[in-house]
Ligand binder design. Sequence first.
Ligand code: HEC
Length: 108
Amino acid sequence: MDCHTSGPGTGVFITAGTSISGTGGYVEYYADTARTDLRARLEVDAYGNFYTVTAIDILTPNGSGFSQGAYVSVVMPNGSRRNMPGIVSHTSAGCNACHSSTGTQSPL
Ligand code: HEC
């Protein structure tokens, strides 16, 4: 995310990551922990990457610098789902900050 905040590239990445689980599948962003209120769904591309430059309301900070945050789920190409127990906010929507071989969590 540090590299994609400004400049001539695609634009500001609202959220992004790379899946090592392969290509295909989706990453979904919900407003509720029960995952009934879907706000965004990103497709994992042929390189295993997913990102968006389109604002997601629950990841957009308000005037006080807070965003509601999102409950994220990874939908595998075979349809099985992996839910992240915690919440992701606009400051932590770069998944690989935690989920990488050098991060605190296993890669996705
Ligand atoms: C601030 C650190 C952090 C960030 C950023 C983060 N996660 Fe997580 N993630 C965690 C922690 C902590 C767990 C809990 C691990 C456990 O207890 O099993 C977790 C668990 C998960 C799980 C369930 C475990 C698994 O591997 O199936 C998924 C899926 C997941 N995260 C997806 C994501 C996605 C997608 C993003 C980006 C939108 C993201 N995470 C961003 C810290 C983070």
